[in-house]
Write a protein that binds this ligand. Structure first.
Ligand SMILES: NC(=O)C1=CN([C@@H]2O[C@H](COP(=O)(O)OP(=O)(O)OC[C@H]3O[C@@H](n4cnc5c(N)ncnc54)[C@H](O)[C@@H]3O)[C@@H](O)[C@H]2O)C=CC1
Ligand SMILES: O=C(O)CCC(=O)C(=O)O
Length: 398
């Protein structure tokens, strides 16, 4: 199912549960602003290459819009739109003072040299610099981007607006990045997993985990879960997958037999953590999934059709807009530190993150009880209700 159709469907279900006014529902769904820019760069060999970049700013009722920038060949406006909307609900679930946005450039970063990536990032920033900003829209890394990408955006933006470290988060520490941001999404996944398992009378130790994706989020989640005694029995990335029922040597991504990476999601385990692409759990594979718990570290990994199948099988799904909110939460801490001109130590960052993730789980569960719904609808009703309240309070007077 198209990512936007799926995200809109979940939003509308939540709006019904909340009894939202239909006009308000419509206004919350339509993005605040959609930006599409053409980015042409000279390649290292002197030929020209053209790319299309997007920044979709979904909503700013609760504060500046916030969300990552993705470099991936499959980036398309519908997907970026869905991801921007998910950011709006996610920042509200985390109860941080932001709205939602997302960006992306349709490119394969693996095919571009470092200098080509730098030129592409700078051209993209030149085209959108007037529409982002510390109190308007604050980008961050996502798939295919990282601290170096944020450093180039910061530098290019600062040429127009003066030195502005708070215009991006997920920066290198030397440029005002926060300690703990690199690990934050994976650490948030750890805290979220602990909260869910504890509620079911279980601990991380002794559970068998399968993790799809071994980039920023997947590798940190694997490492931190491994340190807590969880057994990682299979992992994959774009290049392949390995499994070992006795446990994989996570830091080395070794110590297992190669398997078909398409079958990783249906491997035998207790907890499945998709940490790569969207839409990977769908009606084609949902019936074959053996995990009892799914922790959505990726954005939108589960299609609504799969949600229904898995729910009938009794699989418990911890939704993306709560489970992976550790990244944007520490991005918020980074932004706060930049604005204050003061740096927190890593212990403070991690302790604050735990407080936010623990509170977020309680808040989601409270909505599940109020609306007699599953965790996805608990998170959606929580996020949508907070944004709706802020929107109504601000009013529509022209
Ligand atoms: N970086 C962050 O702070 C946050 C990221 N996310 C989400 O987490 C997911 C992963 O993001 P990052 O780790 O930042 O990206 P990344 O670019 O660091 O890593 C992506 C990983 O996915 C793997 N991958 C790509 N296609 C694959 C395939 N077909 N099968 C298996 N693995 C595949 C890549 O090899 C790589 O290991 C995305 O859905 C992203 O939107 C969500 C919240 C915050
Ligand atoms: O850290 C951020 O601002 C955004 C992270 C992000 O893109 C996400 O949570 O999907």
């Amino acid at each position: 199912m198209n990512a936007l159709v799926a995200t809109n469907r979940n939003f509308k279900l939540a709006a019904r549960l909340l009894g939202l006014d239909s006009k308000l529902e419509k206004s919350l769904l339509i993005p605040f602003r959609e930006i599409k820019v053409e980015c042409t760069i000279p390649k290292d060999d002197g030929t020209l290459a053209s790319f299309v970049g997007f920044r979709i700013q979904h909503d700013n009722a609760r504060g500046p819009m916030k969300g990552g920038i993705r470099y991936h060949p499959e980036v398309d406006p519908d997907e970026v739109n869905a991801l921007a909307q998910l950011m709006t609900w996610k920042t509200a679930v985390a109860n941080i003072p932001y709205g939602g946005a997302k960006g992306g450039i349709g490119c394969n970063p693996g095919d571009l040299s470092i200098s080509e990536l730098e030129r592409l990032t700078r051209v993209f920033t030149q085209k959108i610099h007037d529409l982002i900003g510390i109190h308007a829209d604050v980008p961050a890394p996502d798939m295919g981007t990282g601290p170096q990408t944020m450093a180039w955006i910061l530098d290019e933006y600062s040429k127009f607006h003066g030195h502005s470290p708070a215009v991006v988060t997920g920066k290198p520490i030397d440029l005002g990045g926060s300690l703990g941001r690199d690990a934050a999404t994976g650490r948030g996944v750890l805290f979220a997993t602990e909260a869910l398992l504890n509620e079911h009378g279980k601990n991380i130790a002794g559970q068998r985990f399968v993790i799809q994706g071994f980039g920023n989020v997947g590798s940190w989640a694997a490492r931190l879960i491994g340190e807590k005694g969880g057994k990682i029995v299979a992992v994959s990335d774009i290049s392949g997958a390995i499994k070992n029922s006795k446990g994989i040597d996570v830091p080395r991504f070794s110590g297992g037999d190669s398997i078909d990476s398409n079958s990783i999601l249906i491997e035998d385990c207790d907890v499945l953590i998709p940490a790569a692409l969207g839409g990977v759990i769908n009606r084609e594979n949902a019936n074959d999934i053996k995990a009892k718990f799914i922790i959505e570290a990726a954005n939108h990994p589960t299609d609504p059709e799969a949600d229904e199948i898995l729910s009938k099988k009794g699989v418990v799904i911890l939704p993306d807009i709560y489970a992976n909110s550790g990244g944007v939460t520490v991005s918020y801490f980074e932004w706060v530190q930049n604005i204050q001109g003061f740096m927190w130590d890593e212990e403070k960052v991690n302790n604050e993150l735990k407080t936010y993730m623990t509170r977020g789980f309680k808040d989601v569960k409270e909505m599940c009880r109020t609306h007699n719904c599953d965790l996805r609808m608990g998170a959606f009703t929580l996020g949508v209700n907070r944004v709706a309240r802020a929107t109504v309070l601000r009013g529509w007077e022209a």
